[in-house]
Design a protein around this ligand. Structure first.
Ligand code: ATP
Ligand code: MG
Length: 424
């Protein structure tokens, strides 16, 4: 016998009971995306490494530390996708979607891969629901995207999530801000962690996102992007806030939100739960006006978010929102006793399942007593018994599992009879 093989660290099996909860949530997601007129897109799990290097940014933690890279026969370099946006934009460009309807409104539910230290709410393979709205510069687009996810939280009954928004400006206003930021850190630049010193050269704003406690202390009073926005970005930010207030969507401005990806411009936002500690960010998103062009497409703006489904499920579990999910039920369980009866019942089984009636049949050659025990466990509305006596008489004994009433039904008529009963 071989030794046991376990699932890789940082991955998790979802067993049927849990899948039931996931299906409920995914169903709501699909419903809401339909309500808001977003269409589903499915993208591959691996892409050319260059896509993320360029899209997410080579200096980000995601690309420089967390990405699973595959060298394929020394020829191609691929990466397991760490997020959805780059892939969706790649597909948008590749399929010429810019010549279709504008804005292009897409959503996805997909696996993402990041080589991180596994913790509660942090896995190496996890799942994101995300949307991308491509083609509009308007602040109302940002507000719509935020509204969609806030509607989802409401429909799922989730409480206590805080919407935090910020503006990270555009390349134009950023350069002036970077000068200020560099000036501010100059006196203690050497005290910053190695990563931050590196960030100062590549994407200075990201030092504000550093998790290192010493860096956090040093940067407590650092100048903030919101105070240096150009007129256009400032107006856009004010307008996003206006739309949200107007729609009665509560938010707080958090000038420290920079997000871990390079492609964001103007709006950046997060939905944060206080329940999950440092894994509190359930959803992160924002505007990315430079991304489409950066990965080879036309100069097109976009806005979207990625929502971690594992974290969403954890919050829902904690808030008791996954307790009363309906048990799967079958309509009829066929309980034949003996080989001959089994053959006859199998024919009925085919008729039932052909017409979409949820049915199950004994495949363990169990005794009638054992079969009745099984029938009670699988949660069936009816059990159709075909013992020796029944077979001789040409009938099933049909037992209504709720009322416990029994009646005899002709073998040939069982299908029609059940169909009628279920229609009542
Ligand atoms: P964090 O700061 O928690 O590492 P992040 O900024 O890296 O999050 P994003 O890249 O914005 O996260 O991804 C969007 C969402 O995906 C997160 O808000 C989170 O809900 C989820 N997520 C990110 N990484 C993981 C992971 N390793 N395991 C589970 N969910 C994750
Ligand atoms: Mg991360």
């Amino acid at each position: 016998m071989g030794s046991k093989i376990f699932a890789p660290k940082g991955t998790r099996d979802l067993l049927p009971d849990e899948v039931k909860a996931w299906e409920m949530v995914e169903g709501k997601i699909k419903e809401i995306c339909k309500t808001f007129n977003y269409k589903q897109i499915r993208v591959p799990d691996f892409e050319h490494y260059a896509l993320f290097d360029r899209g997410v940014g080579e200096s980000t933690d995601i690309v420089s530390k967390e990405m699973y890279t595959l060298n394929h026969r020394g020829k191609d370099v691929f990466a397991l996708k760490p997020e959805g946006t780059s892939s969706v934009i790649r597909a948008y460009i590749e399929h010429g979607m810019s010549s279709g309807i504008t804005p292009t409104k897409l959503y996805y539910i997909t696996s993402c891969f990041r080589s991180e230290r596994p913790q509660k709410g942090r896995q190496r393979q996890f799942h994101q629901f995300g949307i991308e709205a491509i083609g509009s510069y308007s602040a109302s687009m940002d507000a719509e995207v935020i509204m969609l996810v806030s509607t989802l939280f409401n429909k799922l009954g989730i409480k206590g999530l805080e919407l935090r928004i910020n503006s990270v400006g555009c390349p134009k206003c950023r350069s002036a801000y970077y000068e200020k930021l560099k000036e501010y850190v100059k006196p203690f630049e050497n005290e910053l962690c190695e990563d931050c010193r590196d960030r100062l050269n590549k994407n200075p704003m990201r030092i504000l996102d550093c998790k290192n406690e010493h860096c956090k202390t040093l940067l407590k009073d650092a100048p903030l992007m919101v105070d240096y926005l150009c007129e256009e970005c400032n107006e856009h930010f004010e307008s996003v806030k206006d739309y949200l207030s107007n729609a009665e969507i509560e938010f707080v401005v958090d000038p420290k939100i920079v997000r871990g990806l390079d492609y964001y411009t103007q709006t950046a936002f997060e939905f944060v739960s206080t329940d999950l500690g440092s894994q509190g960010t359930v959803c992160g998103g924002g505007r990315y006006n430079g991304l489409v062009k950066m990965i080879g497409g036309p100069d097109t703006p976009g806005v979207g978010f990625g929502l971690g489904l594992e974290r969403l499920m954890l919050i829902m579990e904690e808030q008791g929102l996954l307790n009363d999910l309906e048990d799967d039920e079958i309509d009829v369980y066929l309980a034949p006793v003996g080989k001959e009866a089994s053959k006859v019942a199998f024919k009925t089984f085919k008729k039932l399942t052909d017409s979409g009636i949820k049915a199950s049949i004994d495949v363990m050659d169990r005794s009638l007593k054992a079969q009745m025990k099984y029938a009670n466990k699988v949660n069936t509305k009816y059990t159709a018994i075909l013992g020796e006596d029944e077979l001789q008489k040409g009938v099933y004994t049909l037992r209504d599992m709720r009322s416990k009433e029994q009646e005899e039904v002709n073998i040939e008529n069982l299908f029609e009879y059940i169909k009628e009963k279920l229609g009542e």
